[in-house]
Write a protein that binds this ligand. Sequence first.
Ligand code: XBP
Ligand code: MG
Length: 254
Amino acid sequence: MSELRALIFDVDGTLADTEREGHRVAFNRAFAEAGYDWNWSDSLYSELLAVTGGKERIRFYLNDYLPDFQPPEDLEQFITGIHALKNKHYQELLSAGAVPLRPGVKRLIAEARENNLRLAIATTSAVPNVLAVLGEMLDPAWFEVIAAGDMVATKKPAPDIYYYALEQMDLPAADCLVIEDSHHGFQAACQAGLKAVVTVNEYTQAEDFTGACLVVDSLGEPNQPFRVLAGDAGGATYADLALLRRLHGGNGNG
Ligand code: XBP
Ligand code: MG
């Protein structure tokens, strides 16, 4: 049987609730700064999450929600400009501590490091935004590979970013376990042949995670137990390495 050698973490929604309190708020600040009265409410944003990638999400919004909008410049330039503004606001929000890590993230990563597990990131988000999350709350140096944003041609739910991370680590999928929060991310991991634990948030809790090793509402802490939504945690109340090794060795659920 293959051994668990590496954990690959998604970023947005998994390490922290960056979508609701970070990217969404930053998009709205960027729109205001650029002189547009567009407001991405919580419920609208949950629809817009159907498309991954910040630039791709702006394009989707303009196409599907504002079909009559005429950009003041070339559409590509317009999207790039709004995205750059959004990223500036996003990084400011992170520096201000507006988006804390989710329960269990720091503890699990520390335990993995103590046990010499290799760590990587595989995300749709742009590199500077990922570095902002890691730099403010963890440490980018802990992750031997940071696979992000436009490093691959096709974003999640395509498996490309996971293939890229595996190639960079020179590891087979069977030796790794992924931590994801969304159906798109889970699909990407599955298609790359990876097993995944899913830690849902309010945007993703109703999504389909059939085949995940375990679906929980957070990674949990000793004093803050997770809720198991699917799969068998074997009586564990938070995700530690012992649980992850057990899940990695098992057959997944459903
Ligand atoms: C994250 C995303 C991203 C972020 C913003 O998906 O969907 O679009 O909202 O990204 P995942 P940018 O968690 O699956 O990686 O940094 O491109 O604006
Ligand atoms: Mg995510």
